[in-house]
Design a protein around this ligand. Structure first.
Ligand code: FAD
Length: 416
């Protein structure tokens, strides 16, 4: 039997960070993970370069949750600038990519090594490659232990139990639903988990005409019209053999539910170029075919297939149609069709390919600063196991750091 102050279940981004924060407060901390290697998702993240935060990751509206304001408190207490300063202090070189995304110049394992070094500096004890068993609550313990946790390497008693076991994506590197099961066991509600930041797919017969575009990418606007909280993203869309991917669709997938449509703007006004005005201008000055004119703004192969598809409902809009022969109402209809290409994916690539989980432990019964359960003192839930999901681009790691920081600061120890 080991007596410690804090037991952290899960040596991923949130658990490693939390352990370091709590241990450097002088608490005796143990981290348990069934995987022999900590931080496996960090290792594979950002294409191996770990997009460890985003300069805008302090904005609560960039996080999806049943309670949109919940993440604000932890993010305010531990903003991106703090993690950036830590990365600098460890002399890890990084660069800014697209839209505030910060990536390591070198391998993502540098971030894992940094987190381990932080934890080791506080004397964290490791139980890696070790499974956790039953969790018992203790009442009136003389030294203030609140939990007794059976593990494959012997029982542990602790005052604080931090559940940092992540979401369900990528089961092949260790994701399980243990965190959701622990939450339910303590009476917490779990918002139904769904794969997110994931490519979306179509029925093979529905997608057959489009599958030849696999590999083609273009900038689009995208939103999920059925989801009232879906923002409009302006990102790149990628055609695949089975459906749609690229940052645009990954972002939208967080808000999408099976059976619902996606609305894609194929010709967004990226340079203040109003689509209808542009079509009218072309009608005046060129005698070109519709396909040729549209290919100035969209990839040629997309234009050809999209017009073929559109011609089934709007017979005037064939690839060969001459723009000069279209009236104002036609041009308006064409602009509307380009602006609101609506299609309904039938599924997603699922947990195997999803970067994150939407849903998880409901926030209503968690304190937003300490991430402590309002039902069971000493029990904390942090990181992706909680019903908070960030946008693509470093937001999910910032949530892991910020929530880990909140619990690490608040965790309490045994008496004496
Ligand atoms: C391919 C990929 C790329 C990504 N890239 C980025 C990126 O660049 N930027 C970004 O912000 N986010 C990225 N993410 C998301 C990010 O990795 C996660 O949001 C983040 O790791 C969540 O941290 P966490 O600590 O909550 O969970 P995790 O990091 O998943 O850690 C959970 C830990 O719990 C352990 N565990 C699970 N079940 C058990 C059990 N039964 N017993 C014991 N231990 C258990 C796991 O082994 C794991 O070590 C990416 C995700 C994937 C899959």
């Amino acid at each position: 039997m080991s007596d410690i102050d804090v037991l952290v279940l899960g040596a991923g981004a949130a658990g490693l960070f939390c352990a370091g924060v709590a241990a450097r407060r002088g608490l005796r901390v143990m981290v348990l993970d069934h995987s022999p290697d900590p931080g496996e998702k960090i290792r594979i993240s950002g294409g191996g370069r770990c997009n460890f935060t985003n300069v805008d990751a302090g904005l609560p509206e960039r996080y999806q949750s049943s309670d949109r304001g919940f993440a604000r408190h932890a993010l305010r207490a531990y903003p991106p600038a703090e993690f950036i300063a830590l990365v600098r202090a460890h002399r890890i070189a990084f660069h800014e990519k697209h839209r505030g995304q910060l990536f390591c110049d070198g391998p993502a394992t540098q971030i894992v090594a940094m987190l381990r070094a932080q934890a080791d500096a506080g004397g964290v004890r490791w139980r890696l490659g070790c499974t956790a068993g039953t969790i018992e609550t203790l009442a009136d313990d003389p030294v203030g232990a609140r939990f007794r946790v059976e593990t494959a390497a012997g029982a542990v008693r602790c005052a604080s139990l931090v559940v940092a076991t992540g979401g369900l994506s990528i089961p092949k590197i260790g994701a399980t639903d243990i965190g959701h099961r622990i939450a339910r066991r303590f009476g917490h509600r779990v918002v139904e988990p769904r794969p997110a930041l994931v490519p979306l797919t179509f029925a093979p017969e529905q997608w057959a005409p489009w599958s030849g575009l696999a590999g083609v990418s273009q900038a689009v606007g995208i939103r999920c019209p059925a989801a009232p909280d879906s923002p409009a993203f302006l990102e790149d869309l990628l055609f695949t053999h089975r459906g749609l991917s690229g940052p645009a669709v990954l972002q939208a997938s967080t808000f999408w539910r099976p059976g619902e449509p996606l609305e894609i703007d194929l010709a967004p006004d990226t340079e203040g170029m109003d689509l209808l005005g542009w079509l009218r201008g072309n009608r005046e000055h060129t005698r070109g075919q519709l396909a040729t004119v549209l290919a100035q703004r969209l990839p040629k192969r997309v234009v050809a297939q999209w017009l073929n598809d559109l011609a089934r409902s709007h017979p005037r809009f064939t690839p060969q149609a001459r723009l000069a022969e279209l009236g104002n109402r036609d041009l308006q209809a064409l602009a509307d069709a380009l602006r609101r290409w609506t299609l309904a994916p039938t599924g997603s690539e699922g947990w195997r390919k999803a970067e994150v989980t939407v849903g998880g432990v409901a926030t209503a019964e968690l304190d937003p600063r300490s991430l402590q359960s309002r039902r069971q003192p000493g029990l904390h839930f942090i990181g992706e196991v909680v019903d908070v999901t960030g946008w693509l681009g470093g937001y999910n790691f910032q949530w892991a750091w910020a929530s880990g920081h909140g619990a690490g600061r608040a965790a309490s120890g045994l008496r004496g």
